[in-house]
Design a protein around this ligand. Structure first.
Ligand SMILES: [Zn+2]
Length: 152
C-alpha cells in the first residue's frame, strides 16, 4: 500500500484526527490503486458546508501534471461519529478515482475553462445525483463502512 499522509492544522476546526487517520487508512487500503504515489490529505471543517446538502467534499490540488498528489477534505461542522466515518470513506473513494485517472476536475494543462470529466467524458454540467463517480462512491462507501464497523 502506498503512503498516505494526513494533516489538520490547529486552526482547521477539525478535532477528530485519530478517528480520521484510522478511517482514511482503512478506506485507502481498500481502494488505493496499484502503484499509486504517496499522497497528502488535509482535513478541515468548513462552516459553509451544509450537511443537509452534503457532509463533505474533496478537492484535488491543481492537476496540471498527471494525477493530483494533494487533497483537501472539507467537512461540515459537528458531524456525529458514524457520519464522519461514512463521509471520510466516501471522500477516499473519490481520491482513488482521481488517482486512477478516471475522475478529473480542473482547468486542463493549458488552462481554460473549469471542467469535470469521468473516464474522458465531459460531465461538467451533470447533476449531482446523475454523476457516475457518485454512484460508485456511494456503493463503495456502504460496503467499506460495513467492513469497518465489523472490525471496530
Ligand atoms: Zn461524492
Amino acid at each position: 500500500m502506498s503512503d498516505l499522509w494526513i494533516y489538520a492544522d490547529d486552526d482547521s476546526g477539525f478535532h477528530a484526527f485519530e478517528q480520521a487517520s484510522e478511517v482514511l487508512g482503512f478506506a485507502y487500503s481498500r481502494v488505493c490503486p496499484e502503484g499509486a504515489p504517496p499522497i497528502n490529505i488535509e482535513l478541515s471543517v468548513d462552516s459553509d458546508v451544509d450537511p443537509e446538502i452534503c457532509t463533505g467534499f474533496c478537492t484535488p490540488e491543481s492537476v496540471n501534471e498527471g494525477v493530483p498528489l494533494n487533497y483537501d477534505i472539507d467537512l461540515a461542522p459537528d458531524l456525529d461519529s458514524d457520519t464522519l466515518t461514512q463521509t471520510l470513506i466516501h471522500e477516499t473513494v473519490h481520491i482513488a478515482q482521481y488517482l486512477r485517472g478516471d475522475l478529473y476536475q480542473g482547468h486542463g494543462p493549458e488552462g481554460g475553462k473549469f471542467r469535470i470529466t469521468w473516464k474522458g467524458e465531459d460531465h461538467t454540467n451533470t447533476e449531482y445525483h446523475l454523476r457516475p463517480w457518485e454512484s460508485e462512491a456511494k456503493l463503495l462507501e456502504s460496503q467499506i463502512y460495513e467492513e469497518y464497523k465489523e472490525l471496530n
